[in-house]
Design a protein around this ligand. Structure first.
Ligand SMILES: [Mg+2]
Length: 187
């Protein structure tokens, strides 16, 4: 069975847009700023034989801050930067709804993980999901994934202490998380 890893986007691969962009979403190409070491970290996963699947909430679309076409352009920028570095994503999945839309795909719901499983024929249970927020941890747990929280985005260790549902592991950033994953440590 192929090894699979799920990654959140904002705060994991690129700088979380909270607080410094107009709407706290990545709405333009130049707001997609890669975090230090993240591209290389994705490449390491790719070279190690992982299928890499990105799962990201983008409620700013439902809120009217940007369009699906713009999201696709931003997605292409990410994919191109990764390909230039020699890494390929298996697929990117976006939820474009907001909480009120009552969709089944917005994390902490697991719709996009279920979709990935169906479409890509990949295994969910036991694999890792790396995210930077509470909703990532909750979605990952619900989906049967092992959760890694990285502190390179919207959450601090202090935040984590207050959460009911805690991540299985916490690392500084994707680079450190990948080092851990590739070492194959289980606990
Ligand atoms: Mg995030």
């Amino acid at each position: 069975m192929k090894k699979v890893i799920f990654l959140d986007r904002d705060g994991v691969i690129n700088k979380d847009p909270g607080g410094w962009t107009e709407h706290s979403y990545v709405t333009t190409l130049d707001q997609l700023i890669f975090l230090q070491g993240s591209i290389e970290a994705v490449k390491k996963l790719y070279d190690a034989g992982y299928d890499i699947v990105v799962i990201s909430n983008q409620a700013g679309i439902s809120k009217g801050h940007y369009t699906v076409e713009r999201l696709e352009e931003i997605n292409s920028k990410m994919i191109n930067a990764l390909e230039k570095a020699g890494a390929r994503l298996k697929k990117t999945y976006y939820c474009v709804h907001q909480t009120n839309d009552n969709c089944d795909c917005r994390k902490p719901k697991t719709g996009l993980f279920d979709k990935a499983k169906r479409e890509l024929g990949i295994e969910i249970a036991g694999n890792f999901f790396v995210g930077d927020g509470k909703m990532d941890v909750e979605a990952g747990k619900k989906a049967g994934l092992r959760t890694i929280l990285v502190l390179s985005g919207k959450s601090s260790m202090k935040d984590v202490m207050a959460w009911q549902i805690k991540p299985d592991f916490v690392f500084k950033d994707l680079k450190e998380a990948v080092q851990f994953i590739l070492k194959g440590r289980e606990t």
